[in-house]
Design a protein around this ligand. Sequence first.
Ligand code: FAD
Ligand code: DLZ
Ligand code: SF4
Length: 512
Amino acid sequence: MVCVRLILGDQLNEQHSWFKKVNSKTHYVMMEVRSETDYVKHHAQKVIAIFAGMRAMAEKLRQAGHAVHYFKIGDKQNRQNFADNLRQVFTQVKASRFEYQEPDEYRLDQELRHFARECGLASAVVSTEHFLDSREGVSQHFQPQAKRWLMESYYRMVRKKSGLLMDSSGQPLGGKWNFDEDNRKPWRGSPALPKPWDQRHNHAALWEEIERAGVQTFGQPSASDFPWPLNRHEALQQLKAFLERGLPSFGDFEDAMHTSSDRLFHSRLSFALNVKMISPKEVAEAAVARHLANPECISLAATEGFVRQIIGWREYIRGVYWAKMPQYREMNELNHQLPLPSWFWTGKTQMNCLRFSIGQSLSTAYAHHIQRLMVIGTFCLSAGVNPRAVEQWFLGVYIDAFEWVELPNVMGMSQHADGGFLASKPYLCAASYIGKMSDYCSDCDYNPKDRLGPKACPFNVFYWDFWIRHAKRMVTNPRIGMAVRQAMAMKPAEQLAIRKKADELRAKIEEI
Ligand code: FAD
Ligand code: DLZ
Ligand code: SF4
């Protein structure tokens, strides 16, 4: 029986059980296709990183003796979609069976299910063997009718089940589940930033191939000085360097932002994780092992903060995605309709925090969590930008942006488009927060202390306008009552002035 197995561009898991044995009757297929490069406009580095990672994986499999059929983006016989290319291979090798791994994206899941039914061969879908939990794990943990699913409750269950950061009596290590309040320090130049540890590649030839094929991208390709890992070996080196140099300060400065660094103490492991070069289990276990071996240098708070992102947030977000698609992508509970300003594609705005965070995203395909949530996300939410437009920008721009993780983070956590199902309060701030957590405000054209004058910081104007506009809906939420009550306690004339100022800013959003 001749079997054809499909490997997608985010399924670069060298350790998958598929590859344990070499079988001359099993053919692996990988393809660079326009159906994947064109469903959204991707950042140039994202396309390069995925193609380079796919090519490296194909080479590795060949060297191990596996039969690999690889379609490059510019190959003549490449029909530029999964179905047509697969049919070509089926005919060529006289296939009688088709297998694929669970895609992580709803669109591809539907497409491949349909293809498997129609292709005329026996078929099977298998696990990617990457995540800790199944697609349904999160929805099974909560009551189906619950108004919101709290990540913390799911996270505790995963901690208990995995034994990670638990003591021998089944209690959380250090007596607490969560050390979030220890993780909120601004960074003012000390401790010194770790020496960068990204491995550099030259992908100039690959970038030329991508351009020649006519793939439309945006952002800096950085092809000759490319900083993302190519394979598992490099991803493991990236993990090791982070544990040594980043993790000791990760917790303290998790929420900090600074113009002198685009990552501070963050790991930049999201690409390697999302394309499955490394697994969440091994990353979390490695962090815990480092802490246990050297608790003076790597605190429990830093370790717990990091582990929570990987085994808590990441798995929970995936579960929400599978429970709520396809409706989730269309949600817009706050009815926000403002178009995305065109400077999201250039970084040209006078708001220093956004100029820096968007500029960095365009040049590096990366921003850390607080830049995404509290700068870019806050601006869009408080100004009232259409959440679907925001979502499409996020899906294109980041090296780690795959819909299963990007969409709930944008629509749920950041834009409150799901009405608070995922995040119990809208994440939104005024200039005081940005000024406290970064150095962005010190060199800005706008005045972070003002909310009505000609140079009033737009974050202040939109912040108060948001609470005034959505007061009725928000006032009953115990986690945000204070901000709303403050907005409602303003004199009507002041409320009116803020609303007017916000409308003026919206009218000239392209120039602010
Ligand atoms: P670190 O801060 O070092 O964290 C370690 C790891 O934890 C990350 O690599 C990531 O795998 C995981 N993680 C942390 N926070 C989250 C989270 N909220 N959801 C899921 N995993 C998390 N992450 C993506 O992987 N892809 C996305 O497209 C994406 N879009 C986002 C959009 C918005 C609006 C927001 C607020 C967050 C988004 N995130 C996304 C989550 C998070 O911002 C990134 O995972 C993180 O910035 C990646 O950088 P890092 O590897 O240095 O992370
Ligand atoms: C994102 C992406 C891109 C740009 N190109 C390809 C490709 O040419 N071939 C491929 O197999 N996968 C690609 N991907 C990743 C897929 O879109 C990914 O499998 C889905 O986003 C599912 O998470
Ligand atoms: Fe951003 Fe306002 Fe600070 Fe300027 S003053 S950096 S716009 S928060």
